[in-house]
Design a protein around this ligand. Structure first.
Ligand code: PLP
Length: 424
């Protein structure tokens, strides 16, 4: 597969380069020249998740990696289940949080880690920004992989304690930095590293910019329809922050998966819903919300969505419906779901609310549940008046000391630290 840089379309690279380099010159995102198109969707959906994902990944990456290698990457990366829970008539929760860090980001991060380990023997330093869950997924996916060092930036005191414990207690090749700023400040520091010609070593960003992560996520959209059926039109609602997850869903649709439309559900950081209704790109400053993994006001995957719309000539407002929800609405939705006997975390609840707003009576609806409710125990317990048990993945980290370094929102401070890590 060849991919071009959206900002500089003459820069065209193969899959391995796109994965190792992460981002193109001028900060442009890589975009596939061609994606496969599947005509045999019903047969494809009869297969198990892993077998189907092997087939799809082999089609996407034909010529980039040997089929056996692709098979091994998929099997090793996706070694945990995807569950579907029917919440009410025609409405299904697609639970993507049964991986090691209890959030859907395990799919992309694990697939990327296995892919990188398979394609490179050179030492690599990974720099990534997280608003919570990416950090944990990346840290666990790359933990103890030889030749790979990882630096993770997150906004100081703006992620939950449990989230922090999950990825800032590992040590070894995983280095974590609490930045005195918000998530966008962390993303800016990461971008600065990539344009810094004086660093002197090769960098990779494992965040949702990396195309391998987006590819990994396309695979579970097929599973959504495999488990809920093709008898009705399907609408899929995606709780969105950086819009990597939605990009993946749109890729799946462009490969032939029959999704009627998507709902991009956001919290108060509503750059996209406003953009889709007014046509104006007017990001506000980022607000802290209950669904903090979506506290993003400048979604970094959006250029890919625009590019796909252009390529496929899809009308953006027919393809993507978008809504934003306040914390108050999020709480009410969580309480409503509790009455339906379903405990959802704040992110997943926003997806459900968006789905309800854009589902017609003849359609099936799927909302993506992106985090296990226990991952947001503080707010979930308080809002629902329960005491949700901690899954062992989290419980085991509670007593471990935090190993993060608190740093100022200052590029020279961070780059000095980064040089030290790379030299280890
Ligand atoms: C990252 C994240 C999101 C947002 O996904 P994007 O791909 O950034 O849009 C939603 N929910 C949870 C729990 C997340 O961790």
């Amino acid at each position: 597969m060849m991919l071009y840089n959206i900002k500089q379309p003459k820069e065209c690279v193969d899959f391995k380069t796109a994965v190792t380099q992460g981002i193109g010159s001028d900060g442009g995102l890589f975009f596939p020249e061609n994606l496969p198109h599947f005509k045999n969707i019903p047969q494809l959906l009869q297969k198990s998740f892993v077998n189907r994902s092997v087939d799809i990944a082999q089609q996407m990456l034909m010529g980039d990696l040997p089929n056996e290698v692709i098979k091994k990457i998929v099997e090793d990366a996706f070694n945990f289940p995807i569950k579907v829970h029917q919440v009410e008539e025609r409405i299904f929760a697609l639970e993507l949080f049964w991986g090691p860090t209890l959030a859907f980001k395990d799919f992309g991060a694990r697939f990327m880690a296995k892919t990188l380990a398979a394609i490179t023997q050179e030492p690599i330093t990974i720099v990534t920004a997280t608003s919570g869950d990416t950090g944990a997924a990346v840290a666990h996916a790359f933990y103890d992989i030889p030749n790979i060092k990882v630096a993770i930036l997150y906004p100081y005191q703006k992620i939950s304690q449990l989230q922090e414990k999950l990825f800032c207690t590992l040590g070894k090749n995983i280095h974590t930095f609490a930045v005195q700023g918000d998530f966008d400040a962390c993303q800016t520091l990461v971008k600065q590293c990539f344009s810094d010609e004086n660093l002197g070593f090769s960098l990779n960003s494992a965040n949702s910019i990396n195309i391998s992560r987006v590819f990994a996520q396309t695979l579970y959209y097929f599973e959504a329809l495999a488990q809920t059926g093709l008898d009705k039109e399907t609408v899929i609602s995606v709780p969105s922050g950086n819009f990597g997850n939605l990009t993946a869903g749109l890729f799946a649709r462009s490969m032939g998966l029959p999704v009627s439309h998507f709902v991009a559900a956001t919290n108060a950081n509503d750059t996209i819903p406003r953009y889709l209704s007014t046509g104006k790109w007017e990001p506000h400053s980022t607000q802290a919300t209950l669904s903090n993994a979506m506290d993003v006001s400048q979604p970094n995957n959006w250029p890919r969505i625009e590019e796909l719309m252009r390529q496929k000539q899809w009308n953006i407002n027919d393809t993507i419906k978008s809504e934003s929800y306040t914390d108050e609405q999020t709480k009410k939705t969580m309480q409503y779901l509790q009455k339906l006997n379903y405990i959802a975390d704040p992110h997943s609840a926003i997806a459900y609310a968006g789905l309800k707003a854009h589902l017609k009576p003849h359609q099936n609806g799927v909302f993506l549940c992106t985090a296990h409710p226990a991952k947001f125990k503080d707010s979930v317990d308080q809002i629902l008046n329960i005491d949700i048990p901690l899954p062992t993945a989290i419980a085991d980290t509670i007593d471990k000391p935090l190993l993060s370094k608190i740093i100022a929102n200052d590029y020279s401070v961070f780059s000095t630290n980064l040089k030290t890590i790379a030299a280890l």
